[in-house]
Design a protein around this ligand. Sequence first.
Ligand code: XBP
Ligand code: MG
Length: 254
Amino acid sequence: MNRLQALLFDVDGTLADTEGQGHRVAFNRAFREAGLDWNWDEALYRELLAVTGGKERMRHYIERYRPDFTPPTGDLDPFLAELHRRKNAHYADLLAQGEVPLRPGIERLLREAREAGMRLAIATTTSPENVTHLLENTLGAEAVDWFEIIGAGDVVPAKKPAPDIYHYVLERLGLLPEATLALEDSANGVRAAVGAGVPTLVTANDFTLDDDFSGALAVVDQLGEPGRPARRLPEGTPLGVLDLAALEALWAGR
Ligand code: XBP
Ligand code: MG
């Protein structure tokens, strides 16, 4: 009988609401520290999220909003790399201060999946150390080892919406895409997962509610906890707590 073999988790916006109070705040701190008068408010950041990857996002911002900007050091690449390094240091501080909790149902599902022997992996555009810090600060240091493969950041040439990071993870798991289920929160994430042939459940959030999730198996507001059912979007139909059995049923009915 065909069984679901692995859950593949996106990180930002899926494991935790990292963007609004995490990455965005960290970018702004790095900008101030570097003496730049750039400030990314929530509305602008929502727009900038169309570009995945912190370095790529800053480059896009300069091209679109600061076309006359020249970095003090002359060359843009090393300037952006250093700014991104400082941004990630601020992000790590925010995580350590507990500013970025996991989304509802994530810890419950991860613990249940581990208990059941379900294979777990991560497919994300963010940097590996950001993933490690998030897991350590929310679930404890040992949680990094819960994931067989952590596919993150620059290990692939093209970030989401390219399917590369999913190909990378699937190859290392030794699994066909149809044997797995991805959990994503954004249009770029869905395009990456579906582009690699991976059935995908979307847990949308405030930054992505209006995204185009074409190709996803289903869209819900969150995974649900006792007393706080997951709701199918856009109708709002309550679905209860999405446990492993519910995810397997969704996957099997695809
Ligand atoms: C989300 C992203 C990332 C983060 C910032 O990726 O687009 O770029 O906003 O990450 P995912 P870095 O949902 O796939 O995890 O600054 O570390 O690049
Ligand atoms: Mg995401």
